[in-house]
Write a protein that binds this ligand. Structure first.
Ligand code: ZN
Length: 481
């Protein structure tokens, strides 16, 4: 793409999220939210007096972090092994349970901290005697503080936030669009969601889900395709911080998923304690005849990993399992790339996303019909130019060419380093290329109106209408006209 063309396009846009002088993202002071700054030192409006520092991971910081961490591990080691394992497992489970039953919003920092603490147990087995609930609560509290601080640090290092010399915090302004997305998925505003149907499918979970044969993918897809929204939501949530996302990077195999589903059916609602051998037998029963998958491979992903947070918690030869935790993680797992027994990699909910995109186009069409527009019934293609929706209003003598852009952005896009590349400039998915493509469609439409006469619901010659083009996005776009 010609960079000058690119630049001109940006100059014709509004600058809600990016600096008009250098096109870097705007940052907002988080307490007043009115004070916006450009953080690019080469920009003409950069304010040196603020004393903004580009953060660097320093040795001093590392040392401090390590010493806090060691102190926590020391305290962890003073507990009775099976007591603390059970306590932490149940506490994480209660967070999941409270969210599922809508008694509370999802305790995001708590969930991350407990998942990390459970992983710590795979590194250090406590050797003490303490079974004090007060002490373990204190420990969780300290860890939560520690975990929040390093997540903040993570945000600083990825340039999601900046600090000035007076310790004022500035957050990338586009964060608001990201929050809007989390809200839409019912992550941040539980009260708002209660009346909506996001949880519709979760209510029927236990009834709709059934055991399946991993060689017949359709069995499994049926249920999880209906709950894809929940899977998408969990993927966003688990990816919230770059650092914490690492402990949920399971490699997902369909046979493992089948075993976890079978386990779900073999237990009751309350937490159960299974001997590891019983778990092994259940796993082996779920490996289809003629296929090979070892229990040790399953175990090293979901139970004993030193990098991944355990889904099933082991205490010597006993394993804690419960339905809330299993189903929660199953939804997350199927939202990722899944490897089939034949070795193919598939996206189970990727297909469903397209269904959602089509209904988004339908929704736009309905909105226009309400505003007295006649709309095309489906996408139109003329000479390789695709038009999602074309709408005609006879009273106003107006034709609208609409590109519907249904897209969630990944949490990692919300960083000062990658935001513009991913959201705006990306060659395939970025908004800018989309806007330019739409301009080309617009020009083509005007240059060859006759080719559209029979395809769109216009009564008169196309030359008699004013033609406008839009890109409609699901979220606040980074750029807009
Ligand atoms: Zn600037």
């Amino acid at each position: 793409m010609d960079p000058n063309f690119c630049r001109n396009e940006v100059e014709r846009t509004s600058f809600e999220f990016i600096c008009p002088f250098c096109f870097s993202p705007w940052y907002q002071e988080i307490r007043s939210t009115k004070f916006e700054i450009c953080v690019n030192p080469n920009c003409s409006i950069y304010d040196r007096a603020l004393g903004l520092k580009e953060p660097r991971a320093s040795e001093e910081l590392d040392t401090r972090r390590n010493s806090i961490h060691s102190e926590i591990i020391l305290r962890l080691s003073e507990f009775d092994n099976s007591f603390i394992r059970r306590y932490l497992y149940e506490t994480r489970r209660s967070i999941i349970y409270a969210w599922r039953t809508r008694t509370k919003g999802f305790d995001i920092p708590g969930f991350f901290a407990l998942s990390e603490l459970l992983l710590e147990l795979n590194h250090h087995s406590p050797i003490g005697k303490s079974t004090s609930v007060t002490e373990v609560r204190d420990l969780v509290k300290s860890y939560l503080e520690y975990s929040k601080q390093i997540n903040f640090l993570d945000d600083l290092l990825t340039l999601r936030i900046y600090m000035d010399r007076d310790q004022n915090v500035y957050r990338i302004k586009y964060w608001s669009a990201f929050n809007q997305m989390l809200e839409n998925y019912g992550i941040t505003h539980h009260t708002k969601v209660e009346s909506e149907d996001l949880f519709k499918y979760l209510d029927v979970d236990a009834k709709a889900i059934k055991p399946f044969d991993p060689t017949k993918l359709t069995d499994l897809s049926e249920y999880f395709k209906n709950t894809f929204l929940h899977s998408a939501r969990l993927r966003l949530l688990f990816g919230l911080h770059k650092r914490t996302s690492q402990i949920f990077k399971y490699k997902v195999y369909l046979i493992d998923v089948a075993a976890l589903v079978a386990l779900f059916f073999s237990i009751q609602q309350a937490t159960e304690c299974w001997p590891i051998d019983r778990l092994r037998e259940l796993f082996q029963r779920n490996v289809p005849v003629g296929y090979k998958r070892e229990f040790t491979e399953f175990r090293s992903q979901f139970i004993d990993s030193k990098e991944l947070s355990p889904i099933i918690l082991r205490s010597d030869d006993a394993c804690y399992v419960d339905r809330d935790t299993l189903l929660f993680f199953l939804h997350y797992l199927v939202g990722n790339e899944v490897e089939t027994p034949e070795g193919n990699k598939i996206q189970m909910i990727g297909d469903t996303k397209n269904v959602a995109a089509n209904s988004f186009e339908g929704w736009i069409g309905n909105e226009l019909v309400n505003k007295k527009y006649a709309v095309t019934s489906g996408p139109i293609e003329v000479a390789k130019h695709e038009y999602d929706v074309i709408a005609v209003n006879e009273d106003l003598k107006r034709i609208l060419l609409i590109e519907a852009k249904y897209k969630d952005f990944s949490p990692s896009a919300i960083s000062g380093r990658t935001l513009l590349e991913q959201e705006l400039y990306d060659d395939k998915e970025g908004l800018l290329i989309e806007a330019i493509r739409q301009l080309k469609r617009h020009d083509f439409f005007l240059s060859q109106p006759d080719r559209f006469t029979k395809l769109i619901p216009a009564i008169e010659r196309i030359g008699n209408y004013a033609v406008s083009s839009f890109v409609v996005t699901k979220y606040q776009p980074l750029i807009s006209k």
